[in-house]
Write a protein that binds this ligand. Structure first.
Ligand SMILES: *Cc1c(COP(=O)(O)O)cnc(C)c1O
Length: 228
């Protein structure tokens, strides 16, 4: 078995254990393999191990890998910061985007989403730590943005995404993820039909699952250190 296949299995074992601890069904947690900076042949190895959803953060790099892997039935997720001039590429080449942080981007993606594709699945990115270095709307602004995005015709709003400040303390990790989970609950109370919490990475996926993550985004624990 390839190293990547072994690593994918190890992450599934962590998901199982965290779900057992939290009393959750592991089928409610989707693993997104974050392949940014990693070569196409490692994506192919993960695919051979059964992985189907891959996350990328740089548009040009992602398009090159998509072309090299177009014989595979991969579901591509865009998780990086998005520039205005790159929205068309995302609208045409991805199934999901997790990093919507302003209405203008969502509007462009909705106009540009080709009619022959299903609606682009989207999450609003929330900056739960209030860090200047991170993208995302503040928690207080998240539901208002979600309401506007939910009204766009070629997008389907699914929920919220966050990248909290790095911490090795599980209680601190859980505190940030709890903020996102509460936002989802509140948005549903207000009538938005959402089902997704995109939260948890290699270092903190157990805490995210404990707080209700439905998509965990895992790079290093699958592919090793990032390249370049
Ligand atoms: C790189 C990245 C990840 C993966 O982080 P790891 O710590 O390598 O698991 C997850 N989410 C986003 C948005 C990323 O940019």
């Amino acid at each position: 078995m390839s190293m990547v296949a072994t690593a994918v299995q190890a992450v599934h074992a962590r998901i199982q254990a965290a779900c057992a601890e939290a009393g959750r069904d592991p089928a409610t947690v989707q693993l997104l393999a974050v392949s940014k900076t990693q070569p196409a042949d490692l994506i192919r190895a993960a695919y051979a191990a059964g992985q189907r959803a891959f996350g990328e953060s740089y548009v040009q790099e992602a398009l090159a890998k998509q072309a090299a892997l177009d014989d595979l039935a991969i579901e591509w997720h865009y998780i990086g910061p998005l520039q205005r001039k790159k929205t068309r590429a995302v609208a045409e080449h991805f199934a999901w985007i997790h990093s919507i942080d302003r209405l203008e981007l969502a509007e462009r993606l909705s106009w540009q989403r080709p009619e022959h594709l299903p609606p682009l699945q989207v999450c609003v990115q929330v900056n739960v730590g209030g860090e200047a270095s991170k993208r995302g709307v503040p928690p207080e602004a998240a539901i208002a943005l979600a309401r506007e995005v939910a009204g766009l015709p070629r997008l389907q709003l699914r929920g919220f995404m966050t990248i909290p400040p790095p911490s090795l303390d599980p209680a601190t990790q859980r505190g940030y993820f709890h903020v996102l989970a509460e936002l989802l609950r509140q948005a549903r109370t207000e009538g938005l039909r959402l089902d997704t919490l995109s939260m948890g990475m290699s270092q903190d996926l157990e805490s995210a699952i404990a707080e209700g993550a439905t998509i965990i985004r895992v790079g290093t624990a699958i592919f090793g250190a990032r390249r370049g």
